[in-house]
Ligand binder design. Structure first.
Ligand code: G3P
Ligand code: MG
Length: 227
């Protein structure tokens, strides 16, 4: 399917440690035109890490939000990689791909709005999304927004539009033909996560989604180009 977005989830996290520079480079090598990453605030920095807690993805312990920046940077995030700051990822990718930045905690929207201010002429390069809709609406409105949903709620499409979002990001089990039709009928793009199984990728293509988040982007790119 043309224009089907294959978004490298936390980079190419099926192959490399998630949310590391190594993972983002791998996603580019595999042909991703979009990558997704998660940001938290530590000190005055946006750091690229998924969980609230350090223990799953690093050799450290404790909450990300109460860690010092120096401690966080001393940790091994896998294969000797550091937890990157957002600026490092943006420097790495340059103009090679588009970037979906997922806000994971309080204060992320304000800091990101400041960081991206000088890039607002390139705003099409970014999509800012979050489960935390209170945080999402604080993002500079010049940037595209995606509202993420992981539970069945009434009027998903209307609620997404009310957040001034142009993208509906939904967990796989919530996706249906009627939701795709309703979203696209309201001029929203609809993206599904996290779609890794070939049969599920084919189903998303059949349903006409605008794209998916996947840990194995090479596989999804191949399937999306298959007749
Ligand atoms: O935005 C899609 C996906 O990244 C949301 O879930 O938990 O992987 O950040 P999570
Ligand atoms: Mg995410």
């Amino acid at each position: 399917m043309n224009n089907f977005l294959v978004i490298g989830h936390r980079g190419a996290s099926g192959y490399e440690p998630e949310n590391t520079l190594r993972s983002f480079e791998k996603a580019l090598e595999l042909g991703c035109s979009w990558i997704e990453l998660d940001v938290h605030v530590v000190g005055d920095q946006l750091v690229v890490i998924h969980d609230d807690d350090l223990s799953r993805t690093t050799d450290g312990f404790g909450l990300v939000s109460t860690s010092s920046f120096n401690y966080l940077r001393s940790l091994n995030a896998g294969k000797g990689e550091q937890v990157p700051i957002l600026q490092e990822v943006l420097d790495l990718v340059g103009q090679r791909c588009r970037v979906n930045i997922e806000l994971k905690g309080r204060g992320t929207a304000k800091l990101l709005s400041t960081l991206l201010r000088k890039r607002s002429s390139k705003r099409d390069q970014f999509l800012v999304s979050s489960f935390d809709h209170t945080e999402l609406v604080q993002m500079n409105p010049r940037f595209r927004r995606g509202a993420i949903w992981n539970q069945r709620v009434n009027s998903l499409v209307e609620k997404t539009i009310a957040l001034y979002a142009d993208t509906l990001v939904v967990e796989q089990s919530l996706i249906s033909a009627s939701l795709v039709e309703e979203a696209q009928g309201a001029n929203l793009q609809i993206l599904g996560y996290t779609i890794n199984e070939p049969a599920d990728i084919r189903e998303m293509l059949r349903l006409g989604l605008n794209g998916i988040f996947t840990d194995f982007p090479d596989q999804a790119i191949l399937l999306s180009k298959s007749p």
